[in-house]
Design a protein around this ligand. Sequence first.
Ligand code: URA
Length: 282
Amino acid sequence: MTGNDKAGLAYFLDMAGDYLCGGFRRPHEEYAFQDDIDQTIFPGNAVPRAEAPNKVPGDSLDSGTDSLKTIAAEVASCTRCGLCKTRTNTVPGEGIPAPLVMVIGEGPGADEDTTGRPFVGRAGQLLDRMLDSKGKIGLSRDTNCYIANIIKCRPPGNRSPQTDEISACVPFLVRQIKIIKPKIILALGNTAVKTLLDSSEGITRLRGIFTLFRGTLLMRTPGLQTQEEMDDEFNIPLLPTFHPSALLRDESLKVPVWEDLKILRTKLCELDGEYAAGVALL
Ligand code: URA
């Protein structure tokens, strides 16, 4: 309940009391109520900032016995790699359950480490603008996306994640993908693309081309699933594009990213009539 809701209720009760006690308005204390904070929305993480979206990690969604809430709790207490020693908060991901698009970046930076939320710094703000593009792409973590990273803890000094850190963390992401079942994955930058496609090709060659995400990265975790089992679960179209941090360093990348976003839009229009009906004209 918000502070305003509580104040409204208190006002109503005071009025009723005044009515019962003779009908005249009596002096009352000023109302000062705080909003309730739903701790289940940001499991194991920092208290949300005021502008945090209210449809976040999708606690109710589960896959068999697994759920986003369980994963977030495991991530919060994870010590599988050395990053647990330097992190402030873990950053499991946020957005709506069963989204059209799951956006996957590299790993948390300083702002994400402070808040426990993905993509909230400068690159994140640019990402939000890219995803919406004034309604022409029409994507947002509030309405139709889920945003996560390859690794859930910040590497010190914002260095790239190391192979052992990625291997330790990626099973969390695979479990999230299984639960979320996005219609499309948008992979941002080299680390996300190489990891998700298990490819040595760089982002410059792969960007703008849809490839199927088939869970191949699980093959590096022997014994988890066979390729046949994965074929049943993972056949998700994945579109690689440049990471927004790269755009902040090199403005010329905005042109290819806009081309990629239009490719994404076309695919989404094919897959989802409601999206097609709601998106702004190009
Ligand atoms: N860069 C990323 O890859 N992920 C974030 O969450 C923030 C910046």
